[in-house]
Design a protein around this ligand. Structure first.
Ligand SMILES: *[C@@H]1O[C@H](CO)[C@@H](O)[C@H](O)[C@H]1NC(C)=O
Ligand SMILES: *[C@@H]1O[C@H](CO)[C@@H](O)[C@H](O)[C@H]1NC(C)=O
Length: 411
């Protein structure tokens, strides 16, 4: 008969191994039933805005929201290297840049001047043109298929020879209807680009969110945590506006040793880098071309592209903080992308300040019908003089979202 000590040791050992697995199941939403639409201000306030599968959203000081979308809904199920979908390279096609007017809940598509190539969109960033206060540069990840794969259609090619992922840089005069292509940026270290943080007209941080691009090790990488799979990295890339492709590009590792470092965004006094499938946000700061981690916030779901919310009417309850959009049930994302039922989204707000702690609350979730997936969200204060409670408009969309959704939320 095993002694009490043996039993105790066995239970302790099991608990030691089961606790991390249980934690992973929580983050992946294994215990979360996607209840019919929940959002805390009543379904009457839902607004639908044109823009299929817009993975990233950025608020510009003019009040407009910039986003990159796929022109044709559903194409990500056939071609989207970040989800290991490589079946049909021609589906990489119709990416677009859009501008959302948050006052009218409409969006318009920018004409892409001087750009005639596949455009499979993902993360973007915007940055002021130092030479004109009315203009910005838009940096955008492009998961175009490689020429080799387009010509051969050889399904046995390894993933790194199927996709030719790169960064496109555009220039845009705010308020105009076009974005002019400045250059394409390629570099051997840009491998699984996901999100961008521009540091100048043609320089940026870019996250390589995975080490493995397909296969069993990729699945292990997704399900593991930083303790087991700290294999992804973030680059700092410097280029110029005169050359294109691989020419005139310098890239260095800015951050290594994170797991699935995916979304990257600004906050007052620093930046935020997200371990997406780990559900952990790292508050960090930039030192030269490096990123240094300061503190972390853990979430009960996967997260993605972070944004900073400035509470314009703080009163005695300042809710400024980090907005995080992720998946309510990441455990079924591959089935949901192909299944057409919708991918349940979830959005959080972490109010607080570095060193003072963060209060995280649920802002929005859905069964996948109103909004399918969420990977970015923007929160805009509502003047309290026009409402009877503290509220904001939440704009949210995802890589498979079919449209952008706006909804009023209580803060
Ligand atoms: C397809 O690619 C694989 C892997 O590179 C290679 O072994 C095979 O010969 C290719 N098939 C054809 C028809 O080129
Ligand atoms: C978190 O919320 C509690 C209760 O509302 C409040 O007392 C505290 O100041 C908040 N902390 C932060 C960092 O906002």
């Amino acid at each position: 008969m095993p002694s009490l000590v043996t039993v105790a040791i066995t239970i302790a050992t099991l608990a030691l191994f089961l606790k991390p697995v249980y934690d992973r199941a929580v983050t992946f939403g294994a215990f979360r039933s996607p209840t019919a639409i929940f959002h805390n201000a009543g379904a009457g306030d839902l607004r639908f805005i044109d823009g299929a599968d817009c993975e990233d959203l950025h608020l510009h000081e003019s009040g407009s929201i910039f986003t990159a979308c796929q022109g044709t809904q559903g194409t990500r199920a056939k071609w989207f290297p970040p989800l290991t979908n490589f079946d049909d390279p021609t589906s990489a096609g119709d990416g677009e840049l859009r501008v959302i007017d948050p006052k009218t809940f409409t969006s318009r598509k920018l004409t892409l001047d001087g750009f005639d190539s596949f455009f499979c969109t993902h993360g973007i960033d915007i940055i002021e043109d130092p030479k004109s206060s009315r203009a910005i540069y838009i940096h955008a990840v492009n998961h175009a298929p490689s020429d080799e794969f387009m010509q051969s259609r050889n399904a046995s090619l390894p993933a790194e020879r199927k996709a030719d992922s790169r960064i496109e840089i555009f220039h845009h005069v705010v308020g105009s209807d076009k974005a002019t292509h400045v250059r394409t940026v390629r570099h051997g270290l840009i491998q699984t680009p996901n999100d961008l943080l521009a540091t100048g007209p043609t320089s940026f941080f870019v996250t390589n969110d995975h080490f493995y691009r397909e296969g069993a090790m990729r699945k292990i990488e997704d399900f593991a945590t930083r303790a087991l799979a700290p294999w992804s990295n973030t680059l700092h890339v410097v280029s110029n506006a005169k050359e294109s492709g691989y020419d005139g590009v310098d890239a260095v590792h800015a951050l290594t040793g994170l797991h699935n470092n995916n979304g990257i965004g600004r906050r007052p006094g620093g930046i935020v880098v997200c371990d997406t499938s780990g559900g952990v946000a790292y508050l960090a700061h930039v030192e030269g071309r490096s990123i240094k981690l300061d503190e972390q916030i853990a979430y009960q779901s996967t997260i993605d592209n972070p944004s900073w919310f400035t509470d314009k009417y703080p009163g005695d309850n300042d809710r400024s903080g980090i907005v995080q959009a992720g998946l309510a049930r990441a455990i079924t994302v591959h089935e949901d992308v192909h299944g057409g039922k919708g991918i349940p989204p979830i959005v959080w707000l972490s109010s607080g300040a570095p060193g003072k702690g963060w209060n995280t609350s649920l802002l929005f979730t859905d069964d996948g019908q109103s909004l399918s997936s969420s990977s970015a969200a923007i929160l805009i204060s509502i003047d309290p003089a026009t409402t009877d409670k503290k509220q904001a408009w939440l704009f949210v969309s995802g890589f498979g979202s079919r449209r952008v959704v706006a909804t009023k939320v209580d803060l």
